[in-house]
Design a protein around this ligand. Structure first.
Ligand code: PBG
Length: 342
C-alpha cells in the first residue's frame, strides 16, 4: 500500500520511536473531523413512509411500531407539511384499507377515491413542492394479503401485472410523482413504464423495489396496513431469497432496462452489502428502506434504555449513506431531520 509502509512502521515502533502515521491527529477536533468526513447525512436524504386511513382528524397507534400512527388524510397532509418544513423532500404513502373493502381482486386499488389517491391530492394541495411516492403492490387491498393476484395457491405473475398497471395508473392520475413497485412480479417495471408513456405521464418517476427480500423484518408494517392477520402463505415465490446477492444484480439490471429511474434495496441494515454492490455496479440513484422491523428493534432497545436514541438513529442512517445509498426510507425521517438541524 502506497500510503502505509508496515515494515517501516514496525521497525520504528521496535526502535521505541513514534508511529509514522497518527490517524488520531485529524480526529482531535470537531472542525477537523468535519473536514475529513467522507460522507454526509442531511434531511434531503430522507423519505418518510406514512400510513393513511379513513376518517377525520383521526389517528391510530400501531403497537408494533411505537411512535408511528395511521393517520386520516387531513392529519397526514399536516404531518407531511411539518416534515417538509424540516427539509424532508418526500413522503411514501401506504394505505390501511378497511377490511370490508378488501377482496380477491384488489378492487379498491383501482378506485380513484381510495385513501391513497385522496392522500396524494390532499398532500399535493397543501405541500405542492413535496414529492409523493406511492407503493405499487396489491397487499393492502387483497383479502389474502399477497402483493399479486391468486388463482388457487399460486400468485399469478402476468395476471398480477395487469392489476398492478391499473393500480399504478390510478395513482399517477391522482398526481403521484413517483411510483414505487414493491410487488416483485417479473416484468412490472416495463409494463408500468409503457402504460405511463402511452398516457402522457412521461415525467412520472419509477423507484423500483428491485432487490426486495422475503424478509421477516416486515412484520410491523403488515400490522400497520392490516395484512398480517390475513396473509395466506408467504411471499417467497416472488420476493428474493436472503441467501442471494448476485441475483440482486440481475433484478436491478432488469428494472433499469425496463425503465426504472431509481432502484431500492430492502430491508436495509441486514442488507448493507447489497446496497454497496448495487451502488458500485450501476452508479444509479440507489435507495434503501430501513424497514419496520429494523425500526421496531431499535425502538425496543431505546425503550429499555439499552441504546442512546439520538446517536443510534443518526448512526444507523449514516451507515446507509456510507454503503452508497442516495436516500433512505425511514420511519425516523422527521425526527432525524430535527436532530440534523440541531
Ligand atoms: C408491500 C410492502 C411491504 C413493505 C413495503 N411495501 C411489505 C411486504 O412486502 O410484505 C415493508 C415495509 C416495512 O416493513 O417497513 N409490498
Amino acid at each position: 500500500n502506497a500510503y502505509y509502509d508496515a515494515g517501516a512502521a514496525l521497525q520504528n515502533a521496535q526502535a521505541g520511536g513514534f508511529p509514522l502515521t497518527r490517524l488520531r491527529r485529524t480526529r482531535q477536533a470537531a472542525w477537523s473531523r468535519a473536514l475529513v468526513a467522507e460522507n454526509t447525512l442531511s434531511a434531503s436524504n430522507l423519505i418518510w413512509p406514512i400510513f393513511v386511513m379513513d376518517g377525520l382528524r383521526a389517528k391510530q397507534p400501531v403497537p408494533s411500531l411505537p411512535g408511528v400512527d395511521r393517520m386520516s388524510v387531513d392529519l397526514a397532509a399536516e404531518a407531511a407539511e411539518q416534515a417538509a418544513e424540516l427539509g424532508v423532500p418526500a413522503v411514501a404513502l401506504f394505505p390501511y384499507t378497511r377490511p370490508d373493502l378488501r377482496d380477491e381482486a384488489a378492487t379498491e386499488a383501482f378506485n380513484p377515491e381510495n385513501v391513497v389517491c385522496r392522500a396524494v391530492r390532499a398532500i399535493k394541495a397543501r405541500v405542492p413542492n413535496m414529492g409523493i411516492i406511492c407503493d405499487v403492490a396489491l397487499d393492502p387491498y387483497t383479502s389474502h394479503g399477497q402483493d399479486g393476484l391468486m388463482v388457487g395457491d399460486e400468485i399469478v405473475n402476468d395476471l398480477s401485472l395487469e392489476a398492478l398497471t391499473r393500480q399504478a395508473m390510478n395513482q399517477a392520475e391522482a398526481g403521484c410523482d413517483v411510483l414505487a413497485p414493491s410487488d416483485m412480479m417479473d416484468g412490472r417495471i416495463g409494463v408500468i413504464r409503457s402504460a405511463l408513456e402511452s398516457r402522457g405521464f412521461y415525467n412520472t418517476q419509477i423507484m423500483a423495489y428491485s432487490a426486495k427480500y422475503a424478509s421477516a423484518f416486515y412484520g410491523p408494517f403488515r400490522d400497520a396496513v392490516g395484512s398480517s392477520g390475513t396473509l395466506r402463505g408467504d411471499k417467497r415465490t416472488y420476493q428474493m431469497d436472503p441467501a442471494n446477492s448476485d441475483e440482486a444484480i440481475r433484478e436491478v439490471a432488469l428494472d433499469l432496462a425496463e425503465g426504472a429511474d431509481m432502484v431500492m434495496v430492502k430491508p436495509g441494515m441486514p442488507y448493507l452489502d447489497i446496497v454497496r454492490r448495487v451502488h458500485e455496479e450501476f452508479k444509479v440513484p440507489t435507495f434503501v428502506y430501513q424497514v419496520s422491523g429494523e425500526y421496531a428493534m431499535l425502538l425496543a432497545a431505546f425503550q429499555n434504555g439499552w441504546l442512546t436514541r439520538d446517536k443510534v438513529i443518526l448512526e444507523s442512517l449514516m451507515a446507509f449513506r456510507r454503503a452508497g445509498a442516495s436516500g433512505i426510507l425511514t420511519y425516523f425521517a422527521p425526527e432525524a431531520a430535527r436532530l440534523l438541524k440541531a
